[in-house]
Design a protein around this ligand. Structure first.
Ligand SMILES: [Mg+2]
Length: 234
């Protein structure tokens, strides 16, 4: 596939599941949550209902662990018909705190690749989620020095990206976004005439899953690991 990256000046990186592991912790938390409530429902049903609850609450709480915890608490109250014990609620809060306190586990080759690319490009992070949590992870990651700018967006739609590029005075044609989510990191960029490269992570949150039509799929490349990136850009 021929995509010309010679005009790229700025590269944006998604953070969760692009620079470091994230979704895996949510999957683990969901399993733990289902175990806690196993007296009330099957694990499968709890999983489905929790997802619905998260979607209902998304406009209120936004993305991130804190909203996820509140959705688990609400779900527990609902599933138990208001009988859930304080002890169980307290265990749910612990699930959230454990998630927040996890070490940052960088994905393969991240530091190497950032080091190489930072010599030639301006690098930025464009992530969505909870501001405090994302700042904490960036701090723990040891990667802060590679980035000229960090943007925590409330959502990653076309308008959010256009506003960001405008603000940073970057032309869409000079911008390349790298990320694991087709819905959040790739398609909006293609739609505003910027570039994007998809690096899938082994698990994707249901909310981030999309079908991509053939025309669109020809407008971006997919790589297995960030390690392939420097070669692709040269
Ligand atoms: Mg991501």
């Amino acid at each position: 596939m021929e995509i010309d990256y010679s005009h790229i000046k700025v590269i944006g990186f998604d953070a969760d599941d692009t620079l470091w592991v994230n979704e895996t912790y949510f999957r683990d938390a969901e399993l733990e949550f289902a175990k806690l409530l196993s007296a009330f429902e099957t694990a499968n049903k709890i999983d489905q209902e929790l997802f619905k609850m998260e979607m209902k609450n998304l406009p209120v709480y936004g993305y991130g662990i804190k909203g996820f915890v509140l959705s688990m608490v609400e779900m527990a109250i609902e599933l138990s018909n208001n009988t859930v014990s304080n002890k169980t609620i307290s265990k749910i809060l612990d699930i959230g705190k454990d998630m927040i306190n996890k070490d940052v586990e960088l994905l393969e080759g991240v530091e190497d690749v950032l080091q190489q690319l930072s010599k030639k490009y301006r690098l930025i992070v464009a992530t969505k989620g909870d501001l405090l949590d994302q700042e904490r992870k960036l701090e723990k990651s040891g990667l802060l020095d590679y980035f000229h700018h960090i943007e925590v967006l409330s959502d990653k739609k076309e308008a959010n990206y256009s506003k960001l590029l405008n603000h940073l005075d970057i032309k869409p044609s000079e911008f390349l976004m790298i990320g694991n989510s087709l819905k959040s990191d790739i398609l909006p960029l293609i739609n505003i005439k910027a570039h994007a490269i998809h690096v899938p992570f082994h698990t994707t949150w249901l909310h981030e899953q999309v079908e991509v039509n053939h025309d669109k799929s020809k407008q971006y490349q997919t790589i297995k690991s960030l390690l392939e990136l420097p070669k692709l850009l040269n």
